[in-house]
Write a protein that binds this ligand. Structure first.
Ligand code: SF4
Length: 457
C-alpha cells in the first residue's frame, strides 16, 4: 500500500482550531452502515454526554463554517423537531437492553438553538428528557444563543428546564467590527440581551468574542473586553478570527498573511493579560473562567474517554471505536439539502451510523493527548499510562521534544525521573498561545490525508 502524499504542513500560529479530533472533514461514508445497537453494545454508558444540534441561524456570520442554515421556511423547525424526536426514539430503542444509560452532561448547540420559539425549546427539552432519558435538572446543561434570539420568553423556558450555562455569541461590542466580521448587530441590542440573560438567573454566562477583525486595534479590543467584563461573565471565550473555505469572509477575499498572524498574536496577548488581571483563570487558549465562578461541569464526565450521543443533523456521536455523524457541508445549498433529507427520514433510518471515522488505538492516543495537552491543566502522564500502558514520550516523543525545544512545553516530573513517576505535561504561556499550531502537528498522517482529500461542499 502506498502512503498518500501529504500537503506540506501550513506554518504560523493559526493553522487549525482543534475542538474535536478527528475533524468532520476526515469522516467518510460508512459502507457497512453499522447498526447503533451493535456499536453501543459494549460501550460504557453510565456517564454519557448528550448533544442536540439546531442548524438554524438568523444570518450566516462571515467567519462561520458550522453546520447551519439561514432562516427556516414555514414549518421547517417543527418538521426538524419531529425528526429529532424520531431519531431520539430510534437511538433509545437501539440502546435498549445494552445496559444502564445515564447522561452526565447535556448541551444544545448549533446553529442557534434559540432560533426556536419558546414553545419549541420546551419541546426540545422534552425530547432530551422524555425520549432520551436525560435528567436535565440534575446535570450541567449548556445552550448557545445569539443576542437577538435571547428573548425573555425563551430564556424563561431555558431557566425553568434547568439550563446551567448560556453562551452568547457577541464577537465584538464595536458595531463597525461586528459589521466587518459579517455579524451585523447594534451594541445597544447586545447589552439589552445580556441584561435579559442576567435577569433570567442562569448560573453561568459565557460571552464569545473574536480578535483579528479588520480594523480592530488593541484599543478597540480592550473596549470590547471591558464591555464584556462589565457583565461579570463567569466565562469568556476569546476566538482568533479565521477565514475558512466557503465562508462569507472567504468569498470577500480575506487572505491570511504574516501581518495578520502578528495582529492576532498581539491581540491574544492583550486579551489574555487583561482577563488575568481582572480575576479570570485561563483554562485553554480560548477559555477564561472567573476565579470565583460556581464550579463547572459534571465531575464524572471526562471528555477524553467518555462517549457522546449527538442528535440532529450535524451532530457527532462518539463511541470508543467510531466517531459518526451525518454528511457535512459548509455551502448553503448543500446544507439545505442535507437538512431536507433529515426531516423526511423515517425512524428506522436513524438506527445506523452513515458517516464517520473508525478510531483505532493510535487515534485514541492522539485524541487523549490533544484533549488534555491543549487545556491549561495539561496531561497527567500517569492517567495516560494507566489507559494505554505507554507514556506520551513513548508514543509522541518526536513531537513533544519539538514543542519543548520551542519553549512551548514543560514537564513537571523531575528530569531523568523513571517513566513510572507521575508528571504533568503542560503548555507554557507561549505554548498555549500556539495551541492552533500544536494541535495539527499531532494529527495522524491518515487523518491529515483524509482532511486534505475532503471535497469541500
Ligand atoms: S457563528 Fe453562530 S450565529 Fe453565526 S452563523 Fe455560525 S452558528 Fe450561526
Amino acid at each position: 500500500m502506498t502512503t498518500p502524499a501529504l500537503p506540506a504542513p501550513a506554518t504560523g500560529p493559526y493553522r487549525h482550531y482543534v475542538y474535536a479530533y478527528p475533524h468532520k472533514t476526515a469522516y467518510r461514508a460508512l459502507e457497512d452502515r453499522p447498526h447503533l445497537a451493535g456499536l453501543w453494545a459494549d460501550e460504557p454508558k453510565d456517564a454519557l454526554s448528550l448533544y442536540l444540534h439546531i442548524p438554524f441561524c438568523e444570518i450566516r456570520c462571515g467567519f462561520c463554517n458550522l453546520f447551519t442554515r439561514v432562516g427556516a421556511p414555514d414549518g421547517l423547525t417543527g418538521a426538524y423537531l419531529d425528526a429529532l424526536d424520531r431519531q431520539a426514539g430510534a437511538v433509545r430503542e437501539a440502546l435498549a437492553g445494552t445496559g444502564e444509560v445515564r447522561f452526565a452532561t447535556a448541551a444544545f448547540g448549533g446553529g442557534t438553538p434559540t432560533f426556536l420559539t419558546a414553545a419549541e425549546l420546551d419541546r426540545l427539552c422534552d425530547i432530551a428528557e422524555h425520549r432520551m432519558g436525560a435528567d436535565l435538572r440534575a446535570v450541567p446543561l449548556s445552550v448557545e444563543a445569539s443576542p437577538a434570539t435571547a428573548t425573555a420568553d425563551r430564556l424563561a423556558v431555558l431557566a425553568r428546564r434547568g439550563v446551567t450555562r448560556l453562551s452568547l455569541g457577541v464577537q465584538s461590542f464595536i458595531d463597525s467590527e461586528a459589521r466587518a466580521a459579517v455579524r451585523p448587530q447594534r451594541r445597544a441590542d447586545v447589552d439589552t440581551a445580556l441584561g435579559r440573560v442576567r435577569e433570567a438567573g442562569i448560573p453561568v454566562l459565557n460571552i464569545d468574542l473574536i480578535y483579528g477583525i479588520d480594523g480592530q486595534t488593541p484599543v478597540t479590543w480592550l473596549r470590547s473586553l471591558d464591555a464584556a467584563l462589565a457583565w461579570r461573565p463567569e466565562e469568556l471565550y476569546l476566538y482568533p478570527l479565521y477565514v475558512r473555505p466557503l465562508t462569507g469572509l472567504d468569498r470577500l477575499g480575506g487572505h491570511p498573511d504574516t501581518a495578520w498572524d502578528e495582529q492576532r498574536l498581539a491581540l491574544y496577548r492583550v486579551g489574555r493579560d487583561h482577563l488575568l488581571a481582572h480575576g479570570y483563570v485561563q483554562r485553554s487558549m480560548r477559555m477564561f473562567r472567573r476565579a470565583d465562578a460556581p464550579p463547572e461541569g459534571a465531575g464524572d464526565y471526562a471528555c477524553q474517554t467518555d462517549g457522546m450521543i449527538g442528535l440532529g443533523c450535524g451532530a457527532r456521536s462518539y463511541t470508543t471505536t467510531l466517531h459518526y455523524s451525518f454528511d457535512y457541508a459548509v455551502g448553503m445549498n448543500r446544507i439545505r439539502s442535507i437538512i431536507d433529507d433529515y426531516v423526511t427520514r423515517p425512524a428506522a433510518a436513524f438506527a445506523h451510523a452513515e458517516y464517520g471515522r473508525a478510531m483505532d488505538a493510535d487515534e485514541a492516543r492522539r485524541r487523549h493527548l490533544l484533549q488534555s495537552l491543549l487545556q491549561a491543566d495539561g496531561l497527567d502522564t500517569a492517567d495516560y499510562r494507566a489507559r494505554f500502558g505507554t507514556s506520551p514520550a513513548d508514543d509522541f516523543g518526536r513531537e513533544l521534544d519539538r514543542f519543548a525545544a520551542l519553549g512551548w512545553l514543560t514537564d513537571t516530573a523531575a528530569p531523568g525521573a523513571p517513566a513510572t513517576v507521575s508528571g504533568t505535561l503542560r503548555l507554557t504561556p507561549e505554548g498555549l498561545a500556539h495551541s492552533d499550531a500544536i494541535g495539527p502537528d499531532l494529527f495522524s498522517p491518515a487523518v491529515r490525508a483524509a482532511m486534505a482529500a475532503y471535497d469541500r461542499k
